[in-house]
Design a protein around this ligand. Sequence first.
Ligand SMILES: [Zn+2]
Length: 302
Amino acid sequence: MRISEILLIPNKLIKMNKKPINISIELKEVSPHTIIANYKDYFDLNAGAIILNNFIIVIDPLVYPKQAKEFRQKLEKKYGLPVKHLFITHSHSDHIFGVAPFKDVEIFGCNDLIDNLKEKKENAWTEEAFDEWKKSEPDYAKFIDEIEIIIPDKGFDKKRVINDNGLHVEFYYSGGHTGCSSYAYFPKEKVLFTGDEIAAGFWPFISDPTGDPEKWIKSFEYMLTLEIEAVVPGHGPIVKKNYIKEELSFLNNLKEAVLKAISEGKEPKEIDVPKSAYEPAEDWQIPRALEFLHKYYSNYKI
Ligand SMILES: [Zn+2]
């Protein structure tokens, strides 16, 4: 999901925020060493943290620096440890705009994340775009003013592991929901942080131009080889491993439907979309996903 897009179409944001201003976050423990901060009012957005022996790794910094600052302060106080790394799951604004209070720690993601963020900073997240956003949402202006786009220091290619005295966290490139999507796995407690590869309770967000449904499918297949007790999605409630299986099967069914439509010379809007248990969060989601998949699989060699 992306505020970046909303930045360019302010009326969407106005529609979304008819309710009173609320940027409060709620912390919830997932397992003894993992915790999330949930921002209910923005599509049930999640940030996470893994508490190791000597330091904390944070996963995504929420939307507003004010929220990120609160999350960090609460973590460091509760566990008596410093945050040493911030892992960014992908380049969508709701997973990066809060980054400012972490500028003193190592910020990292996959290599493609760094490229995508540089491109967005240059072309989409301009001063004019932020001014438009503030104009359309004056109540949020003071929070928007604190946003800084910080490009991560360090990238990884396929995988990175961070060790701390016997505990470790694995980070994997996936590239499905966006070309720079990646996820984190904490084997000790079998917790998987998927970023927006999963938005639990929503029709999947498929339309990012850099995304890749085949990589998405492969990532789900790999995730299913891991031992998992809890899945923390980029949005929505914590789910079990079975949710990954369901999403994989939906992506495969959707792929089949798209390939069938293409072989019959049909247009994106004529695709026979398989049933999903979940509704889209926005009206544009399904039509845009179909356009994207039709184009992708038209050039795809089986
Ligand atoms: Zn996203």
